[in-house]
Structures are given as C-alpha cells and as structure tokens.
Design a protein around this ligand. Structure first.
Ligand code: GRF
Length: 217
C-alpha cells in the first residue's frame, strides 16, 4: 500500500521540515515527503531539502520581489497539482493563504504555531509571552481555517517559562518540542486517526473537547 503524500511549505530555516523529513525516513511518520515548497528561493531550508534528495520547488527566485497573493497561490496550486499531496504542512511558511485557497484544501492543511493557541496568535510570540510574564508557553499543531491561527488545535507542547529565559532560550526550547509534536500529529492524520469535521478536530472517532497536551521541560 502506498503511503499518503505530504507537501511541506516553508519560508526559512526549515528545522520543522527537517524533523518531518527525518520522521518520514525513519518510518516514524508513515508519509512520503512528496515536495518541499518555498515562497522564498533563498530559504535555507530549500537547499537543505534538496541536499537530502527531496523534490523541491521555489515559487520565486532567490531575493526576487515578493509575489502577490494571486501569483503565489496560482504557482503553488500548479506545483501541488504535480504531486497531489494528501496533506499540506505549513512549517514556518510566512505568507497568509487566502480563504479560497484554504477552503479548497480544508482538512488537508495544517500548521504549527509557536504558542498555546488560542493565546498569542500572530507574530513574535516568544517576546510577547516574556513581556506578559506568562508562566507557560509552547506550540500548537492546528488545522488551517481561513481565519489566521484560529483553526481547531490537535496537539500542543506545553512548557514552563523559566525565570532566566530570554527570547532565544525560550524559542529554542519551543522549537525542540515542535520537532516532536509536528511529526506526531501528522502521523495521526496519515494513519486516518485525526481529521477535521464540522470545524472540529477529531481524534480516534471523537471530537476533541480540548487539544491533546504534551508536557516538555
Ligand atoms: C516555527 O517556530 C514555527 O512554530 C513557526 O515558524 C517557525 C519555523 O521554524 N510557524 P523552522 O523554519 O521550522 O525552523
């Protein structure tokens, strides 16, 4: 039986993409990594994926002007059509996708966001968490819906903020946790255990009343 196909969309370093690729290679994530796509040709992650022999595509040449949303999505759809992914994982993809694009791929599109959603949607989450002196922080894997960072959350990594944390120490711990929870949640999708139905995340035949939470230190 062939494995479900996964496309990963990145804009930068691609450490989550590399964790996903490693999990696919080891068999821990039962998916075929069909393509890694970037909106920024200069993204470090795209070279790293190509070096691993993964099919890659850049929607724009390195350092090219920013594509309009219409151009970006039409190029992206053309690439997706060549590999027909069962799932599309946003992993540090820094463009907001249109409602029409999201609706076309609803239930297949997931994202990882560096906060305990619904808290701290948007950017600069580590800084904002530190400024607010929050006791806890983390990351969330969620289905993508048209409203930004608002889709049903499947799995969260939760960790305590330390008294001596700064933005870089906190983000490093959150990222380490992301590299574990993202492949895990994608595995649930690939195995058919997790889906989006009626705007709720379902796991093992039941709607999730709250995300599954894993504790990290
Ligand atoms: C991650 O922290 C993720 O939560 C956010 O963007 C970052 C991407 O990092 N959406 P990387 O490119 O995977 O290293």
């Amino acid at each position: 039986m062939s494995l479900p196909k996964l496309a990963v969309l990145i804009s930068g370093r691609g450490s989550n993409m590399l964790a996903i690729a490693a999990a696919c290679r080891s068999g821990g994530l039962p998916c075929q990594l069909a393509a890694v796509v970037t909106d920024r040709g200069e993204a470090a992650g795209i070279a790293a994926a190509a070096a691993l022999g993964i099919k890659t595509a850049a929607l724009a040449a390195p350092d090219a002007p920013r594509l309009s949303s219409v151009e970006l999505e039409s190029k992206l759809e053309a690439i997706l059509a060549t590999c027909s992914p069962d799932f599309i994982a946003l992993a540090g993809f820094m463009r907001v996708l249109s409602a029409a694009f999201v609706e076309r791929h609803l239930g297949k599109l997931v994202n990882i966001h560096p906060s305990l959603l619904p808290a701290y949607r948007g950017l600069h989450t580590h800084r904002r968490v530190l400024e607010a002196r929050e006791p806890f922080h983390g990351a969330s894997v969620h289905f993508v819906v048209p409203q930004l960072d608002a889709g049903p959350v499947v799995l969260q990594a939760r960790l305590a903020v330390r008294a001596d944390d700064n933005e870089s120490s906190l983000s490093a711990r959150v990222q380490t946790a992301e590299h574990i929870i993202y492949p895990r949640a994608l595995g649930w999708l690939a195995e058919g255990r997790c889906s989006l139905r009626a705007n709720r995340a379902w796991l093992d035949g039941r709607p999730l009343a709250a995300p599954i939470v894993e504790a990290f230190s």
